[in-house]
Design a protein around this ligand. Structure first.
Ligand SMILES: [Zn+2]
Length: 191
């Protein structure tokens, strides 16, 4: 197992659209997941934070996420299959730009599907912090970063400044119905 250097904002691999995994049970998949786990745990032990990591962050442009919240949770070929009707704001952060927070808007509830390490498909409903975490990690698999999704006035804040101005409870806004303009298809607007 190898602890990898986390790829940082500006590294082109973070902008890659990652390839699907065709053999979830392969040795290559196991090695990458082991390395993701070790790299995540190394970060947690050094900085006391970090809930998940996406494969491109260790230089592997494939569709895998490793989450460690209540339990270790590797996800292969994850995708969102349904989203709820409410959004909430999140001050988001990322290993790939550790000193910057970005306010983004995320769906409050999502349903995802993914394969486990045996190749079995699962579906799971997520809300709140788990929902926004998975949306952040899924964005990584499409080369999208929180800096691409700034929301509201003054959405960028250096961590040092954020810590001075906020407490941890400010991280999440209240869930609110998605705005009509966002939900209305373009064809509706042109009528
Ligand atoms: Zn990230």
């Amino acid at each position: 197992m190898t602890i990898h250097r986390i790829r940082l904002l500006g590294d082109p691999i973070l902008r890659t659209r990652c390839e699907p995994i065709t053999k979830p049970k392969s040795t290559a998949v196991r090695v990458i997941l082991d390395d993701m786990r070790e790299t995540l745990r190394d970060w947690q032990s050094r900085f006391g934070s970090g809930r998940a990591i996406a494969a491109p962050q260790i230089g592997a442009p494939v569709r895998m996420i490793y989450v460690e919240m209540e339990k270790p949770w590797p996800l292969i070929n994850p995708e969102i299959v349904d989203i709820g009707t409410e959004d909430f704001t999140v001050w988001d952060d990322c290993f790939s730009f550790p000193n910057l927070l970005v306010q983004v808007s995320r769906a409050y509830r999502i349903r995802i599907r993914y394969q486990d390490v045996r190749g079995e498909w699962h579906e799971e409903d997520l809300e709140g912090d788990r929902a926004e975490l998975l949306q952040h990690e899924l964005d990584h698999l499409d080369g999208v970063l929180a800096v691409d999704r700034p929301h509201g006035l003054d959405p960028f804040c250096l961590r040092e400044e954020w810590n001075r101005l906020h407490d941890a409870g400010d991280r999440y806004g209240e869930p609110e119905a998605r705005s009509a303009s966002y939900a209305t298809p373009l064809t509706g607007l042109m009528e």
